[in-house]
Write a protein that binds this ligand. Structure first.
Ligand code: NAD
Length: 267
């Protein structure tokens, strides 16, 4: 009998941008479901090593870290053989999660911020997928989960680069799904509303400046305003969805952009 509490036993997964926030939450959930995990992202090396040890101890998974910079295509490509060496097997699951944000009017948007957002939030998804697909195709099994955003489906002012990148991620996910479906590979996008993470915490200050209002007003009138339910989505909820998409029950999701946004995009 397969162990239904560990639907990803025997799988290995890369989660980009998983030293913090949503990526870390998804990495914990995938490890808990039985997958070995390659963490990626920035941070203090000793703290990341302690995090890897903690997740491994709590779940029994093998957990390693690759410091690849998602602005550097060669480092992204090298992350796949790095994971194969760490786990002694191919990469079954790729979660493209790393992302940054910058909030400013278009005519004041620094071009270097535009370039960085497109590189990390969109181009890195292409580079990682490109590098992971040959192995997935050869083994005729793979799961690609792209963390887009409600901003992959609708727009907000002052977030032009982010909205452009996330709409791009949703489109790229659909193309990927159509190309690889016959190889037993699925590609889906998760589109969260607001999740309380360091990325959002930074934005609260930036939004306050852009709109000329205080922190409490930003949370009530800007951040949670478009959502029908005025609550933040949790990283555990997103982790559970990633496990579903990667496990046996997720087989028929392909090319979907799944809103997890407390009703935001239902409007
Ligand atoms: P976060 O700031 O908590 O974490 C971002 C992670 O990406 C960190 O691990 C960081 O080290 C890593 N990272 C940043 N630049 C990198 C680079 N160049 N190379 C490698 N790693 C890099 O952010 P988060 O809120 O957890 O966001 C994660 C993803 O979820 C992003 O793609 C974001 O757009 C998306 N998202 C977030 C929210 C939200 O409300 N927080 C909502 C929808 C979508």
């Amino acid at each position: 009998m397969p162990d239904t509490s560990r639907p990803l036993a025997g799988r290995s997964a890369i989660v980009t941008g998983s030293t913090s926030g949503i990526g870390l939450g998804i990495a914990r959930s995938l490890a808990d479901a039985g997958a070995d995990i390659l963490l990626n992202g920035f941070g203090d090396p000793a703290a990341i090593a302690a995090l890897a040890t903690e997740i491994a101890g709590a779940t029994g998974a093998r957990v390693a870290h690759c410091p690849a910079d998602m602005t550097k295509p060669a480092e992204i490509a090298a992350m796949i053989p790095f994971a194969e060496r760490e786990f002694g097997r191919g990469v079954d699951i790729l979660v493209n999660n790393a992302g940054i944000q910058h909030v400013a009017a278009i005519d004041a948007f620094p071009p270097e911020k535009w370039d960085a957002i497109i590189a990390i939030n969109l181009s890195a998804v292409f580079h990682a997928t490109r590098a992971a697909l040959p192995g997935m195709k050869a083994r005729r099994w793979g799961r690609i989960v792209n963390i887009a955003s409600a901003h992959g489906l609708v727009a907000s002012p002052f977030k032009s680069a982010y909205v452009a990148a996330k709409h791009g991620v949703v489109g790229f996910t659909k193309s990927t799904a159509l190309e690889v479906a016959e190889f037993g590979i699925t590609a889906n996008a998760i589109c969260p509303g607001y999740v309380w993470t360091p990325l959002v915490e930074t934005q609260i200050g930036d939004q306050a400046k852009a709109h000329g209002i205080d922190r409490e007003q930003v949370i009530r009138d800007v951040i949670l305003a478009p959502q029908a339910a005025k609550r933040f989505t949790t990283v555990e909820e997103l982790g559970a969805l990633a496990v579903l998409l990667c496990g046996p029950a997720g087989q028929s999701f392909n090319g979907a952009a799944l809103p997890v946004d407390n009703g935001w995009t239902a409007r």
